[in-house]
Design a protein around this ligand. Structure first.
Ligand code: SAH
Length: 402
């Protein structure tokens, strides 16, 4: 198939695309031959006429086009194949132990702007099923919503599909927040199994898609250091890390978050797994609480720092690094000798080297030395593309205080 619409880049603007990056910014485009609307499949070409792939058009976004294939193919043709390949990747990476996983991770799955999480478990009334939680974050993809829903139903036979398209980036795409059932019926919550523990996922109003699947394996990794430790799980959300640690034999877990609904979920999840006696929750600003704990001479054998993305764009990177340094410095001072720090960053605007050097700055200020035990990415249901650093957004380092 040959595209009707051609997007010609300015001279020498193709390098990033040639190296695997899927985005074309508005200021990199020299000419558009044709009049594309949101969701049109367009051909990308360099100034010298080299074909660079097929992309979805987002007319109002700075990220004007997002490539979905290197071939000259319409998105309609591409969609079923891309979904099939995404599922094939998960089939090789996952055992039955991880029945809930991310089905599609946007550009890294050749489905730009589309996030699909699959949750398998029990509803409050005890019926089992499969539900999908979907985020559509680009105008080019939003135009294909009906086709996407149809393919998801055909490929995954879910009992229901929930849309949770709510993010600041939507405004840049000219899209409205959209929340509601897209297909079937969606229960208020579903209790999933992760690392042998049961967690209730709030499909209608939990953060993002309802559960942070990207940390699944890092929670299990952290839990290996938890036996007999006093654990502090800061930015705990629904307690994924803290409960994994409690189940692995932590002597106590203090789970901290600023969100009251998240902490209510931690308490319910602790009870659900028979761990309530070892898990305490505390509603607080983690920045303040870390300082307060330091003053009160509390010390911990294992501390988890998993804050939200402090850097939402390029302009906020500097402030974000100050935030990362501050919480890491405080946590480092709270560690017992030999204690472990699990420190994470999910800002795609902060790369691995910058994050690790910020953590090293914190160690210098804390006057402590650390061994790097592990550096871990997101779970493999969040694939990463070489040449697209944004897809390697999650950094999780496990350090030991010497
Ligand atoms: N660790 C979690 C995910 C954390 S997401 C997991 O494994 O699933 C980040 C969390 O930080 C959110 O729950 C959010 O409510 C919380 N948060 C954001 N700012 C905060 C602050 N200043 N103090 C404490 N919690 C905060």
């Amino acid at each position: 198939m040959h595209h009707r619409i051609r997007v010609i880049l300015k001279p020498r603007e193709e390098d990033r695309l040639v190296r695997g990056h899927p985005w074309v910014y508005d200021n990199e485009i020299a000419r558009v031959l044709g009049s594309p609307v949101a969701g049109d499949s367009v051909a990308l070409e360099s100034a010298r006429g080299r074909f660079l792939g097929s992309a979805l058009w987002s007319p109002r976004s700075k990220i004007r086009a997002r490539r979905y294939t290197d071939e000259p193919r319409s998105f309609e043709e591409h969609l079923p194949d891309a979904l099939e390949r995404a599922l094939a990747l998960r089939a090789t990476e996952f055992d039955r132990d991880r029945e809930s996983f991310r089905v599609a991770f946007g550009e890294a799955d050749a489905l730009p702007g589309l996030i699909v999480d699959r949750f398998v478990g029990e509803t409050p009334d005890g019926s089992r099923g499969v539900w999908l939680s979907v985020q559509i974050l680009a105008a080019g993809m939003a135009a294909h919503k009906d086709a996407v829903v149809e393919r998801l139903v055909a490929a995954l036979s879910p009992d229901g599909i929930m849309e949770r398209s709510e993010a600041p980036v939507l405004a840049f795409e000219g899209l409205e927040s959209t929340v509601g059932a897209l297909a079937g019926s969606v229960p208020p919550s579903v209790t999933i199994l992760e690392n042998g523990l049961r967690f209730e996922v709030d499909l209608a109003s939990g953060q993002k898609t309802g559960w942070f699947l990207d940390q699944a394996r890092n929670r299990a990794a952290a839990a290996r250091y938890a036996k007999d430790a006093r654990v502090l799980d800061a930015f705990c959300n629904q307690g994924g890390f803290g409960l994994a640690c409690a189940a692995a034999g932590a002597s106590s877990v203090l789970a901290v978050d600023s969100s009251a609904p998240a902490l209510a979920a931690v308490a319910a999840n602790a009870a659900r797994n028979g761990l309530a006696d070892r898990v305490a929750t505390r509603a607080a600003n983690a920045f303040d609480l870390l300082r307060e704990l330091e003053r009160s001479d509390e010390r911990y054998g294992l501390i988890i720092l998993d804050p939200p993305a402090f850097a939402k764009n390029k302009a906020s990177v500097k402030g974000a690094l100050r935030g990362y340094k501050d919480i890491n410095l405080r946590a480092m001072k709270l560690l017992e000798p030999g204690g472990r720090l699990v420190t994470c960053s999910c800002s795609s605007w902060v790369d691995r080297d910058t994050f690790m050097s910020t953590v090293a700055d914190a160690a210098a200020d804390a006057r402590r030395r650390f061994r790097v035990l592990e550096e871990r990415p997101a779970a493999p249901d969040h694939p990463a593309l070489l040449g697209y650093p944004e897809s390697r957004y999650l950094k999780c380092a496990i350090l030991q205080a010497l």
